[in-house]
Design a protein around this ligand. Structure first.
Ligand SMILES: [Zn+2]
Length: 246
């Protein structure tokens, strides 16, 4: 194998989705010594602001700020993320190449169709990549790779109003995570293009802070990011469960 496996892979529809929904967690995991990676399904060619090339450069800058070991964007059309067999194979191939233990997916409901489709597409690709008889490498135009299925899948829920099952304390990572978002200068810096639909930089800061504060409050810390897992939690010792009840 050419590269060591990823401990955590975050998958999202658009460049900057990971920075917005779980960037602090990704940075925190990297700081704890885990190998982290980001898979963007699209390249952002439909964005009101900036070209796909601008966004590629910005995505690389943001990945560096978050201490990410690996980042790649697939060629799925922006605004048209569809859960097709071909797209599932493209993602399954990445899962087999990078062999993550944990995969972070977007939540399966949302306003933007690309977001909720990416969730189901990601889940089904994680399933497919574990099938021994599936030749994901060959089918996606590459050499054969051994099957791999992540141990854990969690969903980043920040884009949707749903109660998370857990939050990750990002108090120490908050400022750097905000910088990773601001690395998308073509999207977030104050400018004329798309002025009516994009909030000003100061407003973005306040919004990001308000959300992080809200989820932080749920976990009894200053800033946090929300996640949902489908499985129940497993407890060994009742006396060390975090988050105060009363
Ligand atoms: Zn998005």
């Amino acid at each position: 194998m050419s590269t060591p496996p990823l401990d955590i892979l975050a998958l999202a529809a658009h460049r900057d989705d990971v920075e917005q929904t779980c960037g602090g967690t990704m940075l925190k995991m990297a700081q704890r010594g885990h190998r982290t990676g980001i898979l963007d399904l699209t390249q952002g060619e439909m964005g009101t602001r900036g070209s796909a090339e601008d966004r590629a450069r910005e995505a690389a800058d943001a990945a560096k700020i978050l201490c990410t070991s690996w980042r790649q964007a697939l060629d799925i059309p922006d605004g048209r993320v569809e859960n097709t067999w071909e797209n599932r194979l493209k993602v399954a191939r990445v899962i087999r190449e990078q062999r993550p233990r944990v995969v972070i997916l977007p939540y399966w409901k949302g306003r933007h169709p690309d977001h909720y489709t990416a969730s189901v597409l990601g889940y089904e690709a994680c399933f497919l990549s574990g099938l021994a008889k599936l030749g994901a490498g060959a089918a996606a135009g590459g050499s054969e790779l051994p099957p791999h299925r992540p141990f854990k899948i969690v969903y980043a829920t920040l884009y949707y109003d749903v109660r998370p099952t857990f939050v990750v304390d990002i108090t120490e990572q908050f400022e750097t995570r905000l910088q990773s978002l601001m690395a998308y200068k073509s999207q977030f810096s104050d400018q004329e293009a798309g002025k009516g639909i994009f909030p000003a930089e100061a407003e973005i800061r306040s919004r990001v802070e308000a959300m992080a504060r809200f989820y932080g409050m749920l976990g009894g810390v200053t800033y946090a990011e929300p996640f949902l897992q489908k499985e129940v939690g497993l407890v060994e010792d009742l006396t060390v469960i975090p988050v105060k009840s009363i």
